[in-house]
Design a protein around this ligand. Structure first.
Ligand code: DAH
Length: 442
């Protein structure tokens, strides 16, 4: 069997063999990840570069800002919820990021034609296995194992554009808090979680509808409203602990396949509203399928990078991955709640080179997969790629040939790049793009 992914010394041909493979699956090959072998197929699109981030666990690295924010969030939940002196939330921060499509999508009622499943947005190892696109992927298995209150913290993987706030790997905290009738309504035996038509002993008989924007049809309005109030006050409590009492925030109605009703929380930061988390009341089908049919639960998911960047004024998401002491020492042994403002070690200049190419006859400016292009640019260029922007789309009036122009912005975080060195890398990217997508450089 061919070993598709080489851990070190990636050559251009190794990178390209992966892209060619992913665009035109030939024979069966295997993907090696941490000594385990996965069969690859026409869905395989993980790249060696992406696989190199597995196990880095920035959220657990001492002195990394992501780890500091993680600890503050964990402390908030530990101190807000204790039962007889013990924290009532359990923490899972070392779950493998390799999950099945069942975990990432099906268990969460994400429809089979939902856009979040497409190959151009996820890193698939094969049709059935992918790098988790959100920490919610572990919700069902942990519920199934009998847990009721838990936090899931880890790295998640999404194919995306390239700029100062997007990186294909980021970190999330996801949580579930479930309550039985006696916990939700202590001392009020006449209040119910469920409508009388829902039978907890026969939960599969009930067709749960989400047509009513206020609640799921199985739940009572009292239970839903009380859960909503608790959920929102817990999350505002957390936001205030992180950003201070005067933080401006607002709730926005949202839609997630796995919760109903659902909301997003936005905070006002640097003159803009910024979304920091998604949350809602867990769809009862998920709880029933995973076991507990007598509880109601809320869940939420938040991104650690956004919070850390806003809290410490970190201007570029790539800095989270920096091993430069000029960066890390700024967060070394600081008091968890200290207010720290990141001081740029020094800002090295950017170099911008454009790349224009004619597409082959089978592609148009609208069908060309930008995310494939972004991954290839990052695979060849590495972390000095700061941003890739689509600059121009063009259709030749006579020949009807389609052409695209991208600007690639290069910047090293720790030193000045010379134009000659950038030109060299730019040439290599051009060569790779020609080989992988059959385009012609203009
Ligand atoms: N998984 C969602 C995302 O990555 C965020 C989210 C929303 C998580 C609602 C939740 C939730 O647990 O209940 O965008």
């Amino acid at each position: 069997m061919t070993k598709l992914f080489l851990k070190t010394n990636r050559t251009l041909s190794a990178i390209l063999s992966n892209y060619k493979y992913s665009t035109a699956a030939k024979s069966v090959a295997a993907v090696q990840i941490k000594g385990k072998e996965f069969i690859s197929d026409d869905y395989t699109n993980v790249t060696p570069k992406i696989l190199s981030y597995l196990g880095k666990n920035l959220h657990l690295q001492k002195n990394n800002p992501l780890s500091i924010v993680r600890q503050r969030i964990v402390n908030y939940f530990y101190s807000s919820f204790t039962h007889r002196g013990h924290p009532s939330f359990s923490i899972y921060d070392n779950l493998s990021p390799i999950v099945t499509t069942k975990q990432n999508f099906d268990d969460l009622l994400i429809p089979s034609d939902h856009p979040s499943r497409v190959k151009s947005d996820c890193y698939y190892i094969n049709r059935d296995t992918l790098l988790r696109a959100h920490m919610t992927a572990h919700q069902s298995e942990l519920l199934r194992s009998g847990l009721d209150n838990f936090l899931m913290i880890g790295d998640v993987y999404r194919r995306d554009e390239i700029d100062s706030t997007h990186f294909p790997v980021f970190h999330q905290v996801d949580a579930v808090r479930s309550q039985r009738k006696e916990e939700l309504f202590p001392g009020k035996p006449d209040l119910e979680i469920f409508e009388p038509s829902f039978d907890v002993n026969n939960p599969h008989m009930f067709i749960n509808s989400i047509d009513d924007p206020m609640k799921q049809s199985c739940h009572t309005l009292e239970a839903t409203k009380l859960m909503e109030t608790q959920l929102k006050s817990h999350l505002i409590g957390l936001t205030k602990v992180l950003f201070g009492d005067s933080i401006k925030y607002r709730w926005v109605d949202a839609y997630f396949p796995f919760t109903h009703p659902s909301w997003e929380l936005e905070i006002y930061y640097e003159n803009k509203w910024m979304e920091v988390l998604g949350c809602g009341i867990v769809r009862n089908e998920i709880l029933v399928n995973a076991g507990p049919s007598n509880t109601i639960a809320y869940a939420f998911g938040l991104g650690l990078e956004r919070l850390a960047m806003a809290l410490y004024k970190i201007p570029d998401i790539r800095l989270m991955w920096s091993t430069d002491t000029g960066f890390l020492t700024q967060f070394e042994n600081i008091d968890l709640n200290a207010s720290v403002t990141y001081k740029p070690v020094s800002s090295y200049p950017q170099c911008t080179n454009d790349m224009s190419f004619w597409l082959p006859p089978n592609l148009t400016v609208d069908t060309f997969m930008s995310n494939d292009f972004y991954d290839l640019v990052r695979d060849v260029g590495g972390d000095i790629i700061e941003q890739v922007k689509l600059k121009d789309k063009f259709v030749h009036p006579k020949s009807k040939k389609h052409s695209l122009c991208y600007s690639i912005i290069y910047r090293h975080l720790e030193r000045t790049l010379t134009q000659a060195e950038v030109n060299q890398i730019h040439k290599e990217i051009e060569k790779a793009v020609v080989d992988a997508f059959g385009v012609a450089i203009r």
